[in-house]
Design a protein around this ligand. Structure first.
Ligand SMILES: [Zn+2]
Length: 179
């Protein structure tokens, strides 16, 4: 019988048993052997057990925990979905940054050639080109880093990958300098 009884709500002991305290064995209760907490006494064994097994506060707390847990799952699922969308956008931005870099590099090559052919004197173009090339290289490195991170990113992990976020911010920042 005691296997079916719930653990003691006060000390958690599973050493609980049904007993009766009067000589005529009229009033029954369930008692914890460890802390001696007892259920409300009842005239019948089944009533005493029912009293012991009934845990309205515990049950309502359990229900509340369950509902909070399911809310948390919904919240996390939404977060992961939002993150996935954001990462997809990040991938597009990084891809686009690399594509734009190739175009810009080609244009710079042509520009440099023409400049060298027609303007032997230094008009400061060299410095401008050097700085543009440096920016292009920076964007490309960040974009490649972001793409690598995106490839190894585990969508099932909750939380935001800040490295990707800062990478994207950096691409936008460096990209903004070129405009
Ligand atoms: Zn107890």
């Amino acid at each position: 019988m005691s296997e079916e009884l719930k653990a003691c709500p006060f000390c958690g002991s599973i050493s609980v048993r049904e007993g009766c305290d009067t000589p005529d064995a009229k009033w029954h209760y369930v008692e914890c052997d460890d802390c001696h907490a007892t259920s409300k006494a009842d005239l019948g064994v089944s009533g005493a057990i029912e009293n012991w097994q009934s845990r309205p506060i515990e049950d309502s707390l359990r229900k509340e925990i369950e509902s909070l847990q399911s809310m948390t799952i919904v919240y996390h699922t939404k977060q992961v979905d939002a993150l996935r969308d954001e990462l997809e956008l990040s991938r597009k931005i990084a891809d686009e940054a690399i594509k734009q870099n190739e175009i810009l590099t080609k244009q710079l090559d042509e520009w440099e050639e023409k400049e060298a052919a027609c303007c032997p004197e230094d008009f400061g173009f060299e410095e401008v080109i050097k700085s543009l090339r440096k920016q292009i290289e920076e964007i490309k490195n960040v974009a490649l880093r972001v793409l690598n991170k995106l490839d190894e990113f585990d969508y099932t992990e909750s939380g935001v990958n800040w490295e990707i976020k800062s990478g994207i911010t950096e691409i936008k920042r460096i990209g903004g300098k070129n405009e």
